[in-house]
Design a protein around this ligand. Structure first.
Ligand code: BT5
Length: 251
């Protein structure tokens, strides 16, 4: 048995091309893959965001990976792992960029107000027991502006566009695994509070006027930050505090 078994990235399954790393990780997890195993692809032909939106995943440039976790936490708290991952990604990117990364609730990491990373957390649960969680992370490392479709050119960025030079993906990956290991263990041993504190310090939303879109509903207000469960709090124009547990935030 590997002495590091169970640690994030202790076993890495590497692929040239996959539909989605989340799908492959799901397949492996169903087959019994252990906590900390990671699926990485150089490109994805069907990279996914939430609600089946597309995640643009060109070859040879970026990081697309999915981590298998088997936490003994209830399924109702799984969305907190998205915030755990966002903190780990923001801290990782801070090591490679002079511009300070920020987290945008719930699943984005931004640099200079543009999206550099998206996180897709999926889960398999039986009744009130989590079977496994797949934490999918896409980071734009060396994407050029021309690689982005017209649809996201204005809203997306990459580390290379920020820095003006390319970065070594393997180095970023190693750092990311360490940060994820740290924050995931912190979460399992100390609960959500330390994540809440770090996420709040890294957040770009507090005090901003936002619109939250969820299914066909739209709510507007001033973002107050997250609460101690990871939900977003907004103060609406009639001075009510609304607790948002899912949705897209438009600044
Ligand atoms: C996300 O969804 O941001 C989650 C993205 C997760 C991607 C990773 S890659 C590894 C793993 N395998 C997968 O198949 N997925 C995960 P969401 O918040 O729904 O945002 C999706 C939206 O982001 C799209 O509708 C576009 O507007 C925008 N977008 C698409 N590709 C992008 C990119 N490469 N960079 C920045 N924005 C992008």
């Amino acid at each position: 048995m590997d002495i590091d078994s169970g640690k994030i990235g202790w076993k890495v399954h590497e692929f040239e091309s996959l539909g989605s790393t989340n799908d492959e990780a799901n397949r492996l997890a169903v087959g019994g893959a252990a906590e900390g195993e990671v699926v990485i692809a150089d490109c994805q032909t069907a990279g996914r965001g939430r609600l089946d939106r597309q995640w643009e995943s060109p070859a040879g440039k970026n990081i697309y990976l999915s981590i298998i976790l088997r936490p003994e936490t209830p399924p109702t708290t799984t969305s907190q792992l998205t915030l755990v991952a966002a903190v780990a990604v923001a801290e990782t990117l801070a090591k490679f960029s002079k511009e300070r990364p920020a987290v945008k609730w719930p699943n984005d990491v931004l640099i200079d107000g543009k999206k550099v990373c998206g996180i897709l957390t999926e889960m398999s649960a039986k009744r009130d027991k989590t079977d496994f969680v797949i934490l999918g992370i896409g980071i734009n490392v060396n994407t050029d502006l021309d690689d982005f479709s017209a649809e996201i050119k204005e809203t997306a960025t990459s580390l290379a566009l920020i820095k003006g030079s390319t970065s070594d993906r393997a180095e970023i990956q190693t750092e990311l695994f360490q940060k994820l290991e740290h924050w995931y263990r912190t979460y399992l041993t100390q609960g959500f509070l330390p994540i809440y504190e770090r996420y709040t310090a890294l957040s770009c939303l507090k005090g901003q006027r936002v619109e939250v879109v969820f299914e066909n509903e739209r709510k507007q207000g001033i973002a107050q930050g997250i609460d101690d469960t990871g939900a977003l709090l907004i103060k609406t124009d009639d001075d009510q505090i609304e607790r948002i547990i899912a949705g897209d935030v438009i600044i």
